[in-house]
Design a binder for this molecule. Structure first.
Ligand code: URA
Length: 215
């Protein structure tokens, strides 16, 4: 969604705001030359009413393909849920040329660059929030933010002027903040689904609520 007419909210390909992530991405550029290896842009409908906020690209998933959750284990459940709730044309096939189109929805990440061990540090989350804020500001029809996991939830709450001590993360938690609804779910990661902390039914229930809120 690099719609420059509204001001492009994406970091540049060689973003250097986070020294550790810049170094790690440079290592990826050397060691994984076929991968995208840059900050992954928001994907979806420019007029989206629903914005999914993930954590960060996986090294061999979104960081490889250049599209959020694409090729990541977590993408299988996320794209299935989006299709089941009418937010896509159901063409997900783990490739950026699979013909997938989102409807009334878009996907971004709290941290745009792949972090070592999938774990961004606080300074990186805080720094990348600038892009989350401008992403939100660039979406004229946005109503609902669906945060996947606590890091995404906390960063989104802060981006919208909320307080994480008051607006606490929980699976299915819902807050009105800054004129939007912030809805949250456990992240659809391999760990959470394998341990059944998050089942498909639980995830679909949150999407059903998002669909209801979007109207
Ligand atoms: N891939 C992403 O793009 N984001 C996540 O949160 C997980 C995998």
């Amino acid at each position: 969604m690099s719609d420059t007419s509204r001001g492009d909210p994406s970091p540049p390909y060689y973003c250097q705001r986070c020294p550790r992530l810049f170094t790690f991405l440079n290592e990826c550029r050397d060691n994984l030359p076929g991968h995208f290896n840059g900050p992954v842009e928001t994907f979806g409908d420019a007029d989206a009413e629903l914005l999914i906020v993930g954590l960060a690209p996986g090294v061999n998933g979104a960081n490889r393909t250049g599209r959020p959750f694409t090729g990541d284990y977590a993408g299988d459940l996320l794209y299935k849920a989006l299709a089941a709730h009418g937010f896509s044309n159901d063409n997900y096939d783990k490739r950026i040329d699979d013909g997938l189109a989102l409807r009334r929805a878009a996907i971004t990440n709290a941290v745009r660059c792949v972090p070592p061990q999938n774990k961004p540090i606080a300074a990186e989350i805080n720094t990348c929030r600038e892009f989350l804020k401008s992403q939100i500001a660039s979406m004229p029809k946005l109503k609902v933010l669906l945060c996947l996991g606590k890091i995404s939830h906390d960063s989104t709450v802060r981006a919208l002027g909320g307080k994480v001590s008051r607006d606490k993360f929980g699976h299915g938690s819902e807050y009105a903040l800054g004129g939007y609804t912030v809805l949250s779910s456990y992240h659809c990661s391999r760990y959470n689904t394998n341990t059944r902390r998050l089942t498909e039914a639980m995830f679909f229930d949150v999407f059903a609520r998002a669909e209801e809120l979007v109207g």
